[in-house]
Design a protein around this ligand. Sequence first.
Ligand SMILES: [Zn+2]
Length: 334
Amino acid sequence: MKRTAIWILGFMSIGFAMLQTLDATSVSATTLSKRVLCSTFPIYQITRNVTQGLNSVSVELMLPAQLGCPHDYALTPQDMKKLSRVDVLIVNGLGIEEFLGAPVRKANAKLRVIDSSTGIQEVIRYAKEKDNDHGHSKKIDVMEKPGRTHSPHDEDQHQQEGINPHLFTSPKLVARLAINIAAGLAQADPDGSATYAKNAQQYTDRLNTLTDDFAALGKTFKNNRIITQHGVFDYLARDMGLEVCAVVQAHAGQEPSAAEMLEIIRTAKGKQVAAIFTEPQYPARVGQTIARESGILTATLDPVATGPENAPLDYFETVMRQNMVILKETLGTR
Ligand SMILES: [Zn+2]
């Protein structure tokens, strides 16, 4: 009798545990139609905005949220595992995911890749010679794989080579990325297309407001000449009418030589640059030294290349508005 009672209790608890498990995973077990993996934190945040309200779609981040720009990143076995079990991979494109390539195809032959930068040159019209090589000008094999949204021999694809890939600090370009991601997801998952389109529209409305606010702020600065840590703010600077006179790291992640530092100091003095903006992703020491030697200000701007796990959906906008305050305090207004 006692044994039966224990058996029944045991059975009930197993049943209860099973029910709980079912409850927690019922969405993924029964109705999940698309598993989406995003390469970087900015792409992940845009995709979360575009897919919100769709329980049938799971969105996962491939690289650690705190990694930032994936310079010199190498694929891990965990990344390969993630790639093997998703339907869609969304990338920044323009060569920033140099770590992807042939192994991706090996991990998942059916993977559909959405290149969020598709057609971006229509928006940026950024001359190749204006773009210092910031370390990601190489094309990558992942764009050549089956399931990509455009042909490998597209003329526009060739024209994208050498374009600065740091699209994600410009609200104006983030809006375009959101539209591209929504369009790519609609192809991959037609059932969700109306929701993707609606979400992308709402998100781009907010981003366009942010774009206008940055442009308005840019007109008020006393001095619009700046130096940045690497090429991450080039598009935002252009949106605001700021002139990036030099970058501390000509190749992202690589500190300048003594000769390069002297050249940057000469530029800072000669062009009467207002300030050097360092980034939380890299040590500020070299930028601070150059600022001190040049007699100019220094402050930190966050390119939102990193963020907390489970960041709020409006995290980009919040941090960019904090950047506006820092720019105002550092550059001074007329
Ligand atoms: Zn970078």
